[in-house]
Write a protein that binds this ligand. Structure first.
Ligand code: SF4
Length: 364
């Protein structure tokens, strides 16, 4: 729901009506104005005609065979498509991963969204509506949404103001009331965005998509590294930690033969020790590595060629392979033995193309 549209529709009403109506949407999690029984009938009809509770239209939804992941493809009012994914950690938490842009300009070699290019930035209400969609769904099941992560399509720091507006709305105690510790922004490494967040009063969690421990490999995987190489990236991260005293999470997708060898694990441990904010060269609890199983993904032929992977002559595309469990375990063990704080994320939704951009790319 767009709050400006609500304010316009209720312009002739007593001021408290705006608060009442927005609380019904954000706290009451109504999905239709017909459910707003505390509002007069004529007002309900007016709101139904003029203020859509959601501007997103779910066009495709799939649930993993284990039932722990649900992915929805939404159509926006201008026809663009975005994705959001719900991950259920049984009895623990329910996390929704939302998009900040339709498409993405960052062109990471391993990412389906990266092959689409940027379509447009999302409005803040379009970001919040993805969250509301799953909050309503969980409410119907007698459950609650507990965490939000900006790790879907797009680079959140390229849409900074709207992303932060959306997070503020979610944080509002009269709204969804998500604590800042339950909301995370994941960036591919946009240094000005990290520095801006360091000064922002919204102390949400910061995650960095790292995926490589040296500039040569990282630049081949993530073109953003040419603009913001590791030295600059870690300078910004250290500034962020100095100003916020918060931990930083490093996301690391493991792609077989590309970035999952024992030598690269050692190099990653070296990097994280060398860049310890206290300058000691020791491991630091302020850095946490989250190893993620990569979902094998079709990529541009040029990206596959950069890593010596075969290219299909018919489609002109290649595939980045998923790192097998034994290699992922070995990688994790090396980091662990070196004193690095590390977890190996359970993979959600492999059978439903849950990785970023896979569903929208198939549709478009
Ligand atoms: S991984 Fe993230 S930043 Fe990189 S292309 Fe995909 S959506 Fe964009």
């Amino acid at each position: 729901m767009h709050l400006d549209t609500l304010a316009t529709a209720l312009a002739g009403e007593p001021a408290y009506r705006i608060k009442q109506a927005s609380e019904l949407v954000f706290r009451g999690l109504i999905s239709d104005w017909d459910e707003a029984s505390s509002l007069p009938l004529d007002l309900r009809a007016k709101l139904k005609a003029e203020v859509p509770i959601s501007t997103l239209v779910p066009v495709q939804s799939s649930t993993s065979s284990k039932g722990d992941t649900q992915k929805t493809l939404f159509r926006l009012t201008d026809g663009q498509q975005i994705e959001a994914v719900l991950m259920r950690h049984e009895g623990e938490r329910n996390t929704v991963c939302v998009s900040s842009q339709a498409g993405c300009p960052m062109a990471c070699a391993f990412c389906a969204t990266g092959t689409m290019g940027l379509k447009r930035n999302l409005e803040s209400h379009e970001i919040v509506e993805q969250v509301l969609h799953y909050a309503r769904l969980l409410k119907r099941e007698g459950d609650v949404l507990t965490n939000v992560v900006l790790m879907g399509m797009g680079e959140p720091f390229h849409n900074y103001d709207r992303v932060m507006d959306a997070l503020r709305l979610m944080n509002d105690p009269k709204g969804l009331a998500f604590g800042v510790r339950r909301m995370s922004i994941s960036t591919c490494g946009i240094v000005p965005g990290i520095l801006k967040l360091a000064d922002d009063p919204m102390r949400v969690n910061l995650a960095i998509s790292l995926h490589a421990p040296n500039d040569d490999l990282r630049s081949r995987l993530m073109p953003v590294n040419k603009a913001y190489p590791l030295a600059k990236l870690f300078d910004a991260i250290k500034t962020y930690i100095r100003k916020t005293n918060r931990k930083v999470m490093f996301e690391y997708l493991l792609i077989e033969g590309v970035n999952d060898t024992p030598e690269i694990a050692e190099e990653l441990a070296d990097l994280l020790c060398r860049e310890n904010p206290d300058g000691s060269g020791d491991p630091t609890p302020l850095y946490h590595v989250n190893l993620i199983k990569y979902h094998a993904t079709e990529v541009l032929g040029s990206a596959a060629e950069r890593f010596g992977l075969p290219v299909d002559a018919r489609t002109g595309k290649g595939t980045f392979p998923s790192s097998p469990l034994d290699r992922r375990r070995a990688f994790q063990q090396i980091l662990y033995d070196r004193g690095i704080s590390v977890t190996h994320r359970i993979t959600f939704g492999e059978d439903i193309d849950a990785a970023c951009g896979q569903l929208a790319n198939k549709e478009t």
